[in-house]
Design a protein around this ligand. Structure first.
Ligand code: SF4
Length: 362
């Protein structure tokens, strides 16, 4: 039987909770549901819900965005990217385009797309022009890119891949010692593809409660209740509170395509640094479709530091769950969705943008 949000809130309020419990989520969709449904205000005051590294646009390394901008500006190509990426700012000298949107305004042919199918169609429609698909995202976005490649793509389509795996970022936080949270709500979309079992390391290796949640307030509250019960009983395990879609091994065919088309590689996370085995790289068999090999690199070695954020922007701290968005000194002053300073205010999955859109003003 499915219970409603009121039921789960009642169950949670009846628990004998410690003075403070911090629960991290690692999914922009979760953060949006939590914030928009006002769950923080509805839960007992001693429960803190912390947004973690759940925004792929926010952690997309600056050098990749910069490379996409430079490719679009300097090569005779069409660059396609998911819409969220277009406004992500990078650090450039004054006067240079600091985002794909700005590069488009400067004359580059940059087109927003919503799915890999659109990239293939644009390549087919423009068979004499190289089309570069700047594909940044977590497992849920990268799996369809793998499916696109597995199905075969036009010869003029190449991919500038910036795919990331979610769990290594959480593992890094846990392995760093004091993780800053007592329990984890694992991402439902990612688990749909990669499987709930991928998050089993949280209770088994680190002794922290974990629950996979869906995107409704009911599912998020059920997961919250589960991890609180685990914590109180001192019996951490991985609970799947999204069994409607999430299987222990995930989507086997999507995982197979990911493994066939991509290698798992060390990868840079903007604001975080290099996390071992946390990125996807195209297999060598796809070198003719690898934009990093097909085009001159516009990499700027200075840019390859541990993921620069714009000056004054605390996105790195927000992404790691160390501060809340409204604790950034630019939040709501210099930085708003109309005038974003950092990527967390650009993306629909960025915590700063979600908090601002929900009306958090202080
Ligand atoms: Fe960065 Fe703006 Fe968020 Fe501050 S409010 S962390 S500047 S995106």
């Amino acid at each position: 039987m499915q219970h409603d949000a009121a039921y789960w809130l009642q169950q949670i309020r009846a628990l004998d909770l410690p003075e403070r419990v911090k629960i991290m989520n690692v999914c922009g969709g979760h953060e949006r549901s939590i914030t928009m449904a006002g769950l923080r205000g509805a839960l007992p005051k001693n429960i803190e819900l912390i947004p973690g590294p759940g925004c792929p646009v926010c952690i997309c390394p600056e050098e990749d965005v910069y490379q996409a901008i430079q490719l679009a500006l300097n090569e005779k190509i069409i660059l396609v990217a998911f819409g969220d990426m277009l406004r992500v700012p990078v650090n450039v000298p004054k006067g240079e385009p600091r985002s794909l949107d700005a590069a488009r305004a400067a004359g580059a042919d940059i087109r927003p797309i919503a799915s890999p199918t659109e990239a293939v169609q644009i390549a087919r429609d423009n068979a004499d022009v190289p089309v570069v698909f700047f594909a940044a995202g977590f497992e849920t976005t990268t799996a369809p890119v793998a499916a696109m490649l597995a199905a075969g793509v036009p010869p003029n389509l190449s991919v500038l891949l910036s795919g990331r795996l979610t769990w290594p970022a959480v593992a890094m936080l846990l392995e760093a010692g004091k993780p800053g949270f007592d329990a984890l709500i694992a991402p439902g979309h990612v688990a749909t593809i990669m499987g709930a079992d991928e998050w089993d390391f949280v209770p088994t290796q680190h002794g922290l409660p974990a629950a996979v949640a869906g995107f409704t307030p009911e599912s998020l509250l059920a997961a919250t209740y589960s991890v609180l019960r685990q914590l109180l009983a001192d019996r951490p395990f991985l609970d799947n509170c999204y069994p409607q879609l999430v299987r222990p091994a995930g989507n086997v065919s999507a995982r197979r395509q990911l493994a066939q088309m991509m290698d798992v590689v060390d990868a840079n996370w903007r604001g975080v640094g290099v996390i071992p085995a946390s990125g996807f790289g195209l297999k060598s068999t796809l070198s003719l479709h690898n934009a990093r090999l097909c085009f001159p690199t516009y990499e700027d070695p200075v840019r390859k530091r541990a993921g620069e954020m714009p000056p004054g922007c605390d996105c790195a701290q927000v992404v790691l769950g160390k501060i809340y968005p409204d604790q950034c000194r630019l939040y709501g002053s210099a930085c708003t969705p109309r005038t974003p300073v950092g990527p967390c205010m650009v993306s629909d999955e960025g915590a700063c943008r979600i908090w601002w859109a929900s009306g958090v003003r202080e």
